[in-house]
Design a protein around this ligand. Structure first.
Ligand code: FMN
Length: 362
């Protein structure tokens, strides 16, 4: 049904217009106590076997919404009511900024992909903090993803991230340092360990200083070389980070016809994101939480990421092509799969590599 509506109607409308209308609708839902509770009761994961504990945070299910959809922390409750196990808001920057000129979001229907060059359009850390302080009517795990303000030079990047972290870390269930979006000039250079180390050390000091010690993760690009992936993994372990999110969108255009600039997400990213996850797992084993994003479309993809060592999985483009019930459906299917195999906890699946995967039925 959604596919039909998407192909005939939504897919023909301006993608960013549809996006803003959806966020407005979800923001209204987030402020409607009865409606959000009813939806939450129907659609949120409730099978205890789906519960995940990662870096001291309890998630009702492993599949969450990746950063970039709820950039301003406006509708996390509405998204949780539709069945996401967590919502990563942002990327939020210290200063409000408009992002790049429109059009800046493109659908690649045949490839089940998106290209975006939004450029961190958001209303800034203080405005987001005000929204995050509102009392909540349904439980929702909120990750807060922070990035660099575009006009701030690279030499002042640490200060800029720290300003966001001070504002937002106390309000976040976990905090993410995003150094991997392709749409802020110079941002991805911060992934080089010489630059990344002082940045993460400074943000971690802020995160460690909150009353509940906010877990800190770093989000990386799929375009890093294998050596750079290993170097970031080693750094994350060395600094005692809580997790790594892999991956952001790619600048590669392999297998797609569009030449729009920006970050490519969705199906064409799937193989690379999985490869990065496997590389990370080989490097860190279970010493740090891995969160996998990139090209996740269905329950088989989620299963594959769990087997490959991801404790949590995120998606964005998959929801655009599959509709608002996407996360809820996948959680239901996962629940069924666990039951069929006699598995009582999702944790038993995480990191089972190929031979054991077979015994779990793939
Ligand atoms: C329109 C759009 C905007 C995005 N904005 C952000 C962002 O602000 N910060 C971020 O860390 N990732 C952002 N992402 C990347 C996603 O969080 C995710 O890492 C990536 O899209 C791969 O997942 P997917 O293939 O399921 O979409 C964005 C993705 C899309 C499609």
């Amino acid at each position: 049904m959604y596919r039909f509506v998407f192909t005939l109607v939504l897919g023909r409308l301006d993608p960013e217009g549809v996006h803003h209308a959806t966020v407005r609708g979800l923001a209204l839902l987030s402020r409607a106590p009865l409606a959000k509770r009813l939806l939450h009761r129907r659609l949120a994961p409730r099978d205890p076997a789906l519960r995940v504990e990662a870096f001291g945070v309890h998630f009702p299910g492993p599949l969450g919404l990746a950063a970039g959809f709820d950039k301003d922390a406006a509708c996390a409750e509405g998204l949780a009511a539709f069945g996401f196990g967590h919502v990563e808001v942002g990327t939020i920057t210290a200063h409000a900024q408009p992002g790049n000129a429109r059009p800046r979001l493109f659908r690649l229907m045949r490839e089940r992909a998106l290209i975006n060059r939004m450029g961190f359009n958001n209303s800034g850390a203080q405005a987001a903090a005000r929204r995050l302080r509102r009392p909540r009517g349904v439980p929702v795990v909120v990750g807060v993803n922070i990035g660099k303000t575009k006009v701030v030079p690279e030499s002042e990047a640490v200060h800029d991230y720290v300003a966001s972290a001070k504002e937002l870390a106390p309000l976040a269930d976990y905090l993410v340092v995003n150094v991997s979006s392709p749409n802020t000039p110079g941002l991805r250079d911060l992934q080089a360990v010489e630059l990344l180390r002082p940045l993460l050390v400074a943000v971690k000091e802020v995160a460690d200083g909150t009353p509940r010690r906010t877990p800190l993760l770093v989000k990386i690009a799929p375009d890093l070389s294998d050596e750079d992936i290993d170097a970031v993994a080693d750094l994350a372990l060395d600094l005692g980070l809580d997790g790594i999110i892999a991956t952001n969108t790619t600048v590669s255009r392999a297998g797609v016809s569009s030449t729009e600039t920006g970050g490519l997400s969705g199906r064409p990213l799937k193989a690379r994101s999985l490869a990065v996850l496997r590389r990370l797992r080989a490097r860190v084993d279970d010493r740090i939480t891995l969160v996998s994003a990139g090209g996740v479309e269905d329950v088989d993809d989620v299963w594959e990421r769990l087997l490959a060592g991801a404790t949590l999985v995120q998606g964005y483009t998959g929801m655009i092509y599959n509709g608002p019930l996407w996360a809820s459906r996948i959680h239901r299917q996962l629940s069924r799969r666990l039951r069929l195999r006699g598995i009582t906890s999702i944790g038993e699946v995480v990191g089972r590599t190929a031979p054991q995967a077979d015994t779990l039925g793939g």
